[in-house]
Design a protein around this ligand. Structure first.
Ligand SMILES: [Zn+2]
Length: 204
């Protein structure tokens, strides 16, 4: 005759483990490498797929955060300048937190909608929604301009002396012989504090 404890043991052993069915949401580890003066995010398309986000808006976010220009090249993203994989990874994490994950149920099954010109994140799992925060500019992670380097900038205004004025990160860049609204490639000749003086390389 078995005792009570033995029976209990047997009974407990027959109870199957409670299986928690959590949908697996794993953002691929960014594959980042340098190619000359550009940085390649090799699995950009795969990451956008997992996040279920449009590649154009995802790229736009990264460019804004990195303070650089870039483009999509097949499944890859190409950024002007050199960025470490840690920097890219942390920008992607920020994007996921702000543009993908529901802050109520922490699930990634969400989509973005524009409501009254405000970008909202709506959750398909719990119905929760919240506005997507405008990113604060984090200048400390943005790279410094360097003399002798060429940057792609947009001419926002023409100054009183006729030079084009572009803004990049904390810098105001002066470039002669350009027209307002154009995107130009400019080579930095001299930097003085947050003022930079450049020459036109190419006007598109
Ligand atoms: Zn939710």
């Amino acid at each position: 005759m078995e005792n009570y404890e033995a029976l209990l043991d047997r009974a407990l052993n027959k109870i199957p483990d409670i299986v928690t069915e959590k949908s697996r949401f794993v953002v691929p580890i960014p594959k980042v490498f340098s190619e000359g003066r550009t940085t390649i995010l090799d699995n950009f398309g795969d990451i956008a797929d997992v996040l279920n986000r449009d590649t154009d808006t995802f790229l736009k976010f990264l460019l804004q955060e990195l303070g650089t220009a870039g483009k999509i090249d097949g499944g890859r993203a190409v950024f002007q300048g050199n960025f470490s994989s840690d920097v890219i990874k942390s920008q992607i994490e920020d994007y996921v937190e702000e543009y993908v994950i529901c802050s109520e149920c922490r699930r990634p099954d969400t989509h973005l909608i524009k409501s009254e010109r405000i970008l909202m994140l709506r959750c398909d799992a719990c119905g929760g929604h919240r506005p997507v925060k405008k990113r604060r500019i984090r200048t400390e992670t943005k790279k410094e301009l360097q003399e002798g380097e060429t940057y792609e900038v947009r001419i926002d205004a023409i100054g009183s002396k006729g030079d084009g004025i572009a803004k990049m990160n904390k810098y105001t860049i002066f470039i002669p012989n350009v027209s307002k609204g154009s995107i130009v490639k400019a080579k930095i000749k001299k930097i003085s504090g947050t003022l930079a003086f450049a020459e036109l390389v190419e006007q598109s």
